[in-house]
Structure formats: structure tokens, C-alpha cells
Ligand binder design. Sequence first.
Ligand code: PMP
Length: 436
Amino acid sequence: KPAPNDLSAYWMPFTANRQYKAAPRMVVGADGMHYKSDDGRDILDGTAGLWCCNAGHNRPKIVEAIQKQAGEMDYAPAFQMGHPKVFELANSLRDMAPEGLEHVFFTNSGSESVETALKIALAYHRMRGEGQRTRLIGREKGYHGVNFGGISVGGIVNNRKFFGGLLGGVDHMPHTYLPEHRFIRGIPDTGADLADDLERIAQLHGPETIAAVIVEPMAGSAGVIMPPKGYLQKLRQICDRHGILLIFDEVITGFGRLGAPFAADYFGVTPDLITTAKGLTNGAVPMGAVLCGSHIHEAFMQGPDHMIELFHGYTYSGNPLASAAGVATLETYREEGLFARAAELAPYWEDALHSLRDAPHVVDIRNLGMVGAIELAPLPDEPTKRAFDVYLKCWEAGCLIRTTGDIIALSPPLIIDKAQIDQLITTIDDALRATA
Ligand code: PMP
């Protein structure tokens, strides 16, 4: 019989397995702020799973809701019949969403939310007689999941270079990280003009050919890159000027990560569409959602028959189990005031992170809300190795961090307390000092 951590039958493309093979790690349970490792240790979770367990792990209310729903109804096809939980979740999301984004389309992941939002944007223009608007604009270093639309508009070159045949008609604006932003706390004051590149691209192709712009309000997966002050406002203005739809990919920033329900609230900029996933069900059941403005919803309602001429939808859209998890998750966020808690903790978090400024190898520290990034100088011949060494030392010392390239990205559950913040930062400090 193979050992429980024998990977020979389990192929998860591509690099994740290699990191696992380099140092096999297994978790067998989770509760609140901690994972339980297979050798019986409590591991403090500095990453909310993968930016998703914002309320902490295995919260009883969410677990009970899933168990209850599993016993009542397993599946209902959203194309034919509604069921109470999906309506409850849609209404609950509407209450939480930025004003004007009153409609929701359910998906099963962040990647699917992105594909769905891009398709909604394209169909919206076509229904309004502007079928020539087919160009999509993303941003360098943007991460929008791993499906074809997402890697086409995404700006992390390594994520797409092995996959030919991507969407045509895509341009990328520059990312917003400038050398002068190093060690700045929160969002930088300089760089808003980088949004003017959208105007440049619009003029290059003709603004009437552009369907949508998609950006992460704060780019997460590429290593936490902030929008300069006024940048998102500028994007909004340019989009308004030319009838271009603005999509915020809030798969990471949604559900309280910045101390507000959505980054749109935090920055005071309302996009036409928001993509979400992760925190929607606190990571417990796969689910995503696209929030969209009434103007878009109305265009669809007046457009051709969905099932005949205009088809889009997933077998599992709004499935009962995920919907039940979502309802209980949003209730948990509300009842425990977790978004306000994130906002209150953010200054302490910021100070704790920036206390690592003089630690070995650290070349930049960034923070916003309950997100943090510690950028390390890469080893000349082995990029990513240093950060992964730090990762393994933290794991040994009982803390889970995340690395993306040579950047440590942190996003603890919003229930973290100050002593746990101290523990996380001290553990990283020790690991940095013990790393060559
Ligand atoms: N968009 C963003 C901004 C993300 O951070 C992610 C996941 N990290 C995705 C899309 C894709 O989500 P999923 O992995 O659930 O497909």
C-alpha cells in the first residue's frame, strides 16, 4: 500500500508538485488560525489557505450549514430550477456589494469568474449594436486565473508562454510598481499617470474597438503591487470617456481583505463588473461570482434568448452546497464584523511588517489592509530558492507563509490577533536570519 503522501498516482500540473517533492508537507486538519500537520503540529496560517479562508478555518457555522445542506438537497440545475439558498446568497451578496452592482452570476472558481466577466463584456457590447468592440486590455503582472481568457489578459508571462493559441486582440498596460515605491507604506503617491497608457492603447486601435479593461485593484499573485493614489480613478475616467467596461478582478481583494467589503469600496471606484471567488465561501466549497451593474443586466434582459442564441453557464453555477457555504460565510463576516476588524488591525500589521526592514535579504516591504509582501534579493544563480528556503524554515517553526518568486506574500485570516501577528513576523525574521 502506498504511503499517504506518495504522489506517484497524483499528478497536479505543474510546479506545485515539484515544490512538494522538494519537501513533502501534509496537513490533515484545520481550525481557526491553524492547520494541523501530519506530524501533529499546529501551523499558524499566514496566508488564509490561499487568500481564501478570511474567517479562519472550519468555522462551526459554515461547517454546519454545509452539513445541513448536504443532507437536504445535493444538486439542482440552475438552468431549470431555482432553489432557496442560491437566491438567499444572491441577495446577501447584493447587500454587501458596492452600490450599483446589483446582479450576480455564479461560477465555481476565480478563473471561471474571469472568463465569465470577459464574455459578459463582449456580449454586452454586441447586444448594444457595438459588436466591433472586441479588444480586451489587461496589465503586466496581472493574474486572472489559468483559463485561456485569463492567461491571455493576464500579464505574468510564465503563466502563458507554454500555451499557444491565446485570445487575439489583447493589449497590456504597464504594471504600477516603480523603483521609488520601495518601502512605502500603503499605496504610493506617484505613478497615477501610468493609467494614461489606457488612453494610448485606445487611440492606437480606436477607442470604439475596445470592449473592456480588466485589472486587479491590488495585484496579488505577482507579489502584491499597489495601485498608485488616483490611478484607479483615472482608469475609470478613461473608460467612461470611451464607453469601455471596467472589470475589477477582486478574487483576492474581495470580502474584507483590505478592511472594506471590496477594493472598489476601499478605493472609492465602482467598476462595471467585479469578479470574486475565494472568500465567498471562506474556501470551504469551490465557488465564484461575477457582480455586475444594472446597465449590463438590463442589456442582457432585453437581448436574445439566453438558452438559444446567447448561451453561457456552468452545470454547478450556484449549486446548493456552495450556496449554503456562501450564505453562512457572509453571515459570519457580518456577525463578527471581520471587515472592520481587518481595518482596525491594519496599522498594527503594517508596523509589524515594516519592522523587518533591516532583516537580511529584504529589498522591499509592501502592505495594504491585511495583505503584506516582503521582497527578497534573489540568489544570483537560483531565483526563488532563497524565498523557498525561508518558507521551509517557517514551516518547520510552525508558520505557513506563501512565496511567489522571491516575494513572501502574507494574507492571514482576518481573525488573527496581535500576538499571532507577532509570532508570524518573529518566525519570518528568524527564518531570514538563518537563511544564506
Ligand atoms: N484572479 C485573481 C486576482 C486571483 O488571485 C486568482 C487566484 N489566485 C484567480 C483569478 C483565479 O482563481 P482560481 O484559482 O479560483 O481559479
